[in-house]
Design a protein. Sequence first.
Length: 403
Amino acid sequence: MAFLLNDGTSKPSFRKSYSIEYGYKPRKRTLIADAEFDREQHDEEQHKHQHQHIKHDEQVKEECTYTILVTIKDKKSASILNLINTFSRDGLKVQHMETRPTVVSPDKNQSSTGLDIFMEVLCTDKLMDDLKRDLFQSDSKFIIKNIKTHAATLGKESKETNNENDTNDIIWFPMSIWELDKCHHLHTNYQPDMDSRHPGFSDKAYRARRERIAEIAFDFRHDVVHELLGHVPLLSNPSFAQFSQDIGLASLGVSDDDIVKLSTLYWFTVEFGLCRENGQIKAYGAGLLSSFGELQHALSSKPEIKLFEPETTVIQEYQDEDYQPIYFLAETFEDAKEKLRIYAKSLKRPYELVYNPYTQSLRILDNIKVIHDFSAELKLEMDVLEHALDRLHTNGINFKVVS
């Protein structure tokens, strides 16, 4: 289980940002524009608190981030609420918390009665000393397994890489799945605004009813049709999941302009992509598969169908207020994957990245040792493949690997 706690401030973590009163530019909305605006708002808030200090005994004390691994000895005698109450003190902010059943040694024939809790907190050294004193009491219901201090620095791997390549602009990105918590997450919310051409645009009562209905619908089922009917079936296919991940990997370490282009490519493929299969045009975009009306529209003669070429696709403007006027058609899905790989190689980045599914982390191929380790892993996989081909050949099955 994982959840975020409020940082203790009175200001909400999310505000209704996509409106003129909050500074949103009155232009045609797109998902990219929403994301850029939301990031600007987030960066503004972060800048206000980036160098936050606390004055104590007429001395300025800087806050540090601590990660703590603590175990509740027995869930029957203590709860997470007890632990939170222990951490509840002025100046200490709980930023993240995860829980799991306490791991029991295999040689012990008993079930786990405890609970391991991982916490990330922000506080001064003095506050942490006071907290340790309470947690280490002899009658404490908690066991402290680990406490670490973390400086607010960029990812080590990314910093070293950019230094080696003499890059002045350091671009940070998450190196492991756990570092995604450090990223700003765009909070999406349906705002029932309407186009000025809508017949009910000037009717305040109608707009109020529309907004109320939209709020109820959003709270009840948040876009579940699009996710379950559109994305889930395709992402369960390893080939398509790899295609989606390749777009994400291509965005790491590149410029903001290239990220916007890759977002556009994602829109016209993963969301609204078309491809040929057995001589027929088929849809593989989640936005089409989850919308019966747009699926009919896409396969009719109304929209313009263009050949999928990443260089052209990434600069194509789009909107999310109506059915798409333009779709991109790949000759085959494999053709789309190959063209994506070629386009990704053309993006300017001072290093190559590989994703390790076993550790759920990234590796930057920027030195001899890392490249040697990676090549050794590839050799092991190729040995397995070669052995499998030899077995097929022994059984009278001829199979040729096409690169």
